[in-house]
Ligand binder design. Structure first.
Ligand code: SAH
Length: 388
């Protein structure tokens, strides 16, 4: 059988030349390939442009692995995984849980690998990486020597690939409870059922940064299992962690007990309602964290998302004491950094609360952004100071 191949249009070729690793269905002219094959990508004139993962279902039909003549064999996967792991080893991360492989930004498209102590959690988000999972598992086992590897293949995006949403053990054993450390904080993580792969690892460095400003009374809006609250508690007199999920609130309380933090109160509430009632009651906070889920899951929901971001930020600015710090985040990649900054400006203008930008941050260094691929830059984190 001949090597699987895909011919792309002139427009697709131009996109590749501009550096983007994805070719959409509308730019693919002719395909001779099976589900999840690694294919030779050819120009309209038949010139080989590189190798890519092929998807028979997704709008993202081709994800480039190599350019030109470089083969996309297992040696390539081994080299790229090794480079990704070596990079994290050099980051001097003060935690036992962090991201080892960040998909496109490590030139390992649609592959996520997170480390939780002695265990790895993998996500194969395309037909290509799904099919290569046995080989990827073997490479990871050989490079990292984990006690177990779990596939958290339950994100919704898998359905766009025609793939099942499932959680499956790939190697060794993985317990329901894994103890990990982030700085001085200990967490009990369930990687089988927790949100994302268990923790919001992308916020680790923002929690560290926030600690430099935290003081007095802290309000942690959308706390999940207590990430910001637990990290900032040592600098604060009182901590209120708010989340809409009963499970998240229970986890925050359990993590506070584990870390012997007695001045933390975990509250089950809708952040919008809670901010309103705290405002009515005349409460004040010296430090506020806003880390809501992605309000804009797609382009059409952007206007509503912006209204939501504006409302919570406006209310938080009013609750802040002068000299206080607002750590405010957006993880919607459809809301770009300039859009988010504009919303914060409006919130400040409408609430008549002058604020300065102290830091503009993004997802942590173990979640790098691939230059030219805005889809890989999703998390924005502004640290603002109320002036008056
Ligand atoms: N700050 C956390 C991660 C937050 S993830 C960390 O550092 O680990 C977003 C959280 O927002 C989820 O736990 C979700 O349950 C919660 N959430 C979603 N909508 C909410 C709402 N309207 N009010 C309060 N919490 C909400």
């Amino acid at each position: 059988m001949s090597h699987p191949s895909a011919f792309i249009s002139r427009k697709g070729e131009q996109r590749l030349a501009a550096g983007h690793p994805w070719i959409y269905r509308s730019d693919v002219a002719d395909v001779d390939a099976e589900v999840g094959d690694t294919v030779a990508v050819k120009s309209p004139r038949g010139q080989v442009l590189g190798q890519a993962l092929f998807s028979s279902e997704s709008q993202i039909t081709l994800r480039m692995l190599t350019r030109g003549e470089t083969p996309a064999d297992l040696a390539l996967w081994r080299r790229r995984i090794d480079a990704a792991v070596t990079f994290r080893e050099g980051l001097a991360i003060d935690a036992t849980a962090f991201r080892l492989v960040n998909a496109e930004a490590d030139l390992l498209p649609s592959l996520i690998v997170d480390r939780y102590g002695d265990y790895l959690v993998v996500q194969a988000l395309s037909q290509g990486t799904d099919r290569l999972l046995p080989e990827i598992t073997a490479i990871l086992a050989e490079r990292v020597h984990p006690k177990g590897i779990l596939a958290r293949n339950d994100p919704k995006v898998r359905s766009l690939e025609g793939l099942p949403q499932e959680v499956r053990l790939l190697h060794g054993t993985v317990p329901e409870s894994i103890l990990v450390k982030e700085g001085p904080v200990e967490y009990d993580v369930n990687v089988w059922t927790g949100q994302k792969t268990g923790l919001f690892l992308d916020q680790r460095e923002n929690r560290e940064a926030a600690l430099r400003y935290a003081k007095g009374r802290l309000l942690d809006g959308c706390s999940y299992n207590g990430g910001f609250s637990l990290r900032l508690a040592s600098a604060c007199d009182q901590v209120i962690a708010v989340d809409i999920s009963a499970d998240a609130v229970a986890r925050t309380a359990a993590n506070a007990a584990r870390n012997k933090i007695a001045h933390l109160q975990a509250v089950e509430a809708n952040l919008f309602d809670e901010l309103r009632s705290l405002g009515k009651a005349g409460e004040r906070f010296d430090t506020i964290v806003l880390d809501p889920p992605a309000f804009a899951k797609n382009k059409t929901s952007v206007p509503n998302a912006l209204a939501g971001y504006k409302e919570i930020n406006l209310r938080a600015m009013r609750l802040l004491t002068p000299g206080g710090t607002l750590i405010t985040c957006s993880c919607s990649y459809n809301v770009t950094e300039p859009m988010f900054e504009a919303v914060l400006h409006e919130a400040s203008a409408d609430s008549q609360v002058p604020v300065s930008i102290v830091e503009k941050r993004m997802q942590g260094r173990d979640h790098p952004v691939l230059l030219g691929v805005p889809e890989t830059y999703y998390l924005k984190c502004f640290i603002l100071r109320r002036l008056d």
